[in-house]
Design a protein around this ligand. Sequence first.
Ligand code: KIV
Length: 273
Amino acid sequence: MSTAKSQKEKKVTTHVLQEMKSRGEKISMLTAYDFSMARIVDAAGIDVILVGDSASNVMAGHETTLPITLDQMIYHASSVVRAVSRCLVVVDLPFGTYQGNSKEALTSAIRIMKESGGHAVKMEGGEEIIESVERILSAGIPVMGHLGLTPQSIYKFGTYVVRAKEDAEAKKLMEDALALEEAGCFAIVLEKIPFRLAKMVAEKVNIPVIGIGAGNGVDGQVLVIHDMLGINNEFSPRFLRRYNDLYSGIKDSVERYITDVKSTDFPNEKEQY
Ligand code: KIV
């Protein structure tokens, strides 16, 4: 077996991600929420699939990530876990399942691990959730942090603009990143912050830092798959690179199918029994 092939088939663990940071190899991460998409993403060789609470937006059509429930996240995550053979599967703890107290946070994280088979959880916030992070970690559950634009706090921020442009917020973000590392998080997502700050965080902490709208000075990148595939064509932030235009591709295919059905072109003799 070639080295490239064996590398491709080696299971990704939190330790593998740490090794990747150490040798300067960038980490690729994408969201997925269902079996069929996760199967393709894993086969392509992605390092990490995030079962993000962005499912609330792109799968369920909600305006924010707040409405999605723990049961719904478990449903999405278990579908993804059944599909993958190589990548690490990280599952978002949804809004309202960990902010109350650390015992509730642990109960939620245990449900995710037990009922979905996911490999780790992700939580939004810094110092204010450290007790919950520590309690979950003490149960042997790996935790990924998430700082910067944290969509579960959108009603506090009031807008989706770039975070931590001012010194005070940048300082707090750096302190939060250090606190998450100290607590034992295996990685941190930084969302929509200035690239210089993101680079400084990635240089300061020893754990992998994965960015979304945080520039190229970090250890890896994550995007929402519906955005990068152009399935969702209404969301065009500066940080997004579209690798396809599946909105048009799917719409065109459906239109051709409708035409074929209406004209009785489909099915033809070879397509029937
Ligand atoms: O839910 C999600 O998709 C996320 C990413 C944007 C990092 O948290």
